[in-house]
Design a binder for this molecule. Structure first.
Ligand code: URA
Length: 203
């Protein structure tokens, strides 16, 4: 069984990928409720996250807090993490090698430890990584649920997109309303039906 706290301790001094030596201030492991029903996954720490050691504490993070509030959740109710735990220089996209090392070492174990009912992936980058796809079109997949290993993965727009263009704000609120719906569903029952259907050879 994965222990979230020992994983965080190990991550503190991580030097497994090149990002460790490319100007990070500290490792941004993740933050929130270790028993959360919903986990949010972004791309990687930015300037403010790197300084404060917590994910989503800059402008995008403030909007994320408001979006959570719109469905009756506080940051303390959820768990927030990123695909990579160290800030890439100049906020460039993380490289495939960095993603592979960091997700195998930390992100997938974090998910296993928290066991969220719903994983909301923020933006195209995190959505593709968590869904295990090369690329995704957010316009096509946002707000939809994909079932994987008994949990829902829901790609949603990245809050930063709404900071760039106000037109993206309403779709983001709509995505959050969907998340609330999915959280209120009963996945155990869905799972049971699926298992039965599988046994009967219906899938
Ligand atoms: N954007 C991200 O994807 N993650 C953060 O932690 C902050 C901004």
């Amino acid at each position: 069984m994965v222990n979230l706290f020992s994983l965080a301790e190990t991550a503190k001094d991580c030097e497994l990928c090149p990002l460790a030596k490319q100007g990070r201030t500290q490792v941004v492991f993740g933050d929130g409720n270790p028993n959360a029903e919903i986990m949010f996954i972004g791309e990687g720490p930015g300037f403010h996250e790197d300084k404060q050691g917590k994910p989503f504490v800059g402008a995008a993070g403030k909007l994320l807090t408001q979006l959570l509030g719109s469905i009756g959740l506080r940051r303390e109710d959820v768990y927030i993490a990123n695909v990579v735990k160290c800030r890439p220089p100049q906020n460039r996209d993380p490289k495939p090698e960095e993603i592979e090392i960091c997700t195998n070492q930390y992100l997938f174990s974090q998910i296993e430890a928290i066991k969220p009912k719903v994983i909301a992936t923020l933006g195209r980058f995190a959505s593709a990584v968590v869904l295990g796809l090369k690329d995704v079109s957010m316009g096509r997949v946002h707000g939809q649920k994909f079932k994987r290993e008994g949990r829902y993965i829901v790609p949603i727009y990245h809050p930063a997109a709404a900071l760039h263009s106000r037109a993206n704000l309403e779709p983001l609120y709509e995505d959050f309303r969907k998340l609330k719906e999915y959280l209120e569903e009963e996945p155990e029952i869905v799972q049971e039906i699926e298992t039965k259907a599988e046994q009967l050879g219906l899938f």
